[in-house]
Design a protein around this ligand. Sequence first.
Ligand SMILES: Nc1ncnc2c1ncn2[C@@H]1O[C@H](COP(=O)(O)OP(=O)(O)OP(=O)(O)O)[C@@H](O)[C@H]1O
Length: 268
Amino acid sequence: MSESTGKPVIELKDVKVYHHARTGGLFRPNIVKAVDGVDFTISRGETVGIVGESGCGKSTLASVLVGLQPPTSGQVLFHGKPAIKRNAAMRKQFGRSVSVVFQDPATALNPRMTIQDILTDPLQIHGIGNAASRAAKVKELLALVGLPQSAAEVTPSQVSGGQRQRVAIARALALDPDIIVADEPTSALDVSVRAQVLNLLSDLKTQLNLGMVFISHDIQTVRYVSDRICVMYFGKIVEQGTAAQVFDNPSNDYTKKLLGAAPSLLHI
Ligand SMILES: Nc1ncnc2c1ncn2[C@@H]1O[C@H](COP(=O)(O)OP(=O)(O)OP(=O)(O)O)[C@@H](O)[C@H]1O
């Protein structure tokens, strides 16, 4: 797998996201430390896997990375500059540079829009190109994710689950981002197509020199795609290193437990 290239696109420094607990009480904390002092970087050309059990803070961390969730404290740097109080121009640049692929394409894609319109939408929102260049971009995106050109004419419900996730990936690529944050991108898919979608993400990362943050509860899936792995536990990154380091020589007890409990690739 390729090495990281250049400086971080996004850098988190001691980021904390605390919520008021939905159900506090005498023996339950009133504050949920969803993310609790995380340092993290992502650069173009690298895939960083984030793994941990349900509730450890992975999705909250993803929300911070894509700018949807402001941290309670800590710094989010975008190309080395604070991204929290960013102005409209920076917000736009951030929106183009960092995109997201969610777990379930059935809910992430508008069921009433054609795939052509879904892929044109981000270009229109950002005022990119004209009708002809947008149409050409849609063709290019469909080819990039291995969908037939005829897919443009139909709605998401008229293609398979795996194809829907390809549409979501194409949409995430529409603005030529630097970074894609993929939050459990294969968990909602049929087991038979998970490997294809993982391979597609891996190939795209190499072909386009993307930075990819790959989030999953499944350590074997994370290993399959990641150059570097961060293990999360109760809001903290308790271990990080290359896939080989984390798998062959885990130093943290929780990582050892995760590895011990990991049955088989792509089948969870
Ligand atoms: N808005 C909120 N209000 C209160 N608690 C929240 C809120 N959002 C998340 N949490 C809590 O923060 C913790 C981390 O949640 P998060 O969804 O980030 O974990 P996760 O690792 O992505 O889990 P999953 O894989 O189940 O989605 C959980 O205990 C969750 O209940």
